[in-house]
Design a protein around this ligand. Sequence first.
Ligand code: RI2
Length: 295
Amino acid sequence: MKIRGAGRIARAGAGAIGSFAKDYQGNDMAAFLKDLEEVKKTLLDSRPTAVSLWNGVQASAKGAKEASSVDEAREILIRNSERFIAESNEAVKTIASIGAKRIEDGDTVMTHCNSSVAIGVIAEAHRQGKDIKVYATESRPWRQGILTVNDLAKEGIDTTLIIDSAVRLVMKKVDKVFVGADTITSHGSLINKIGTSQIALMAKEARVQFYACSETYKFSPLTLGGDMVKIEEREISEVVRPGEIPDSVKVFNPVFDVTPAEYIDGIVTEIGLISPGSVYHVMERKFGTEMMKEW
Ligand code: RI2
């Protein structure tokens, strides 16, 4: 939780592979590959839900096995990692400019949790001179909404913080919802911070457009192979203080939820605004049919 946001987590994972390669001492290829596998496992086990981490780590580690020496493998990994980080930062900027076009002068926008990509879209619309208002949810239990309202206020955007349970009441005033993504599945569902699916449901009921802002490395090729996305559960101490409730009461603290494709009007990516139904085709192009078969 020191690093928050699926994009930042992916860049940190890629950077860690790069650092491992830079610092590695030794010339034995078999030992290098074994150590690399251990590093990958440690990184991937740290956050199970966001596939961005998986994609960032895999993209950075790609080609190591084919190298003819440890030095060559280290160079490949360092290059991969730098490329992933640069492309990831670039994608955030491109999404901001594409997504901002969906926001019109006078719009009221809602966002949830703390997504640097969704904030980028909203901030870009504001920079373009559009007069916009934003409602941002508190996002219990970690209250990342506090980060969001600080980010938006710094940009000079008219921002209102609401508690999560005020979403339905406020939805009447909202024109569009923009949220981030931790993972997008092969059938176009969105996995994002807990509460996102309720917001999408309320947006649909109120005929409010709902957009997910997601770099394509948040698309999960693993889901194409039938894998389920593991929803991270966290400590009950995030929800209640010690002694506050009897021991017999269970606490369930899931961190993410699933928004089905039919609640999503569009996914704003660095390759354009796409429908949830076209996720498969993007995956096919990005990851390659052969590679996808292996997964
Ligand atoms: P960016 C965050 O969760 C939120 O769910 C947010 O929507 C998503 O990551 C994407 O964030 P967490 O991974 O990449 O911090 O848009 O728990 O910053």
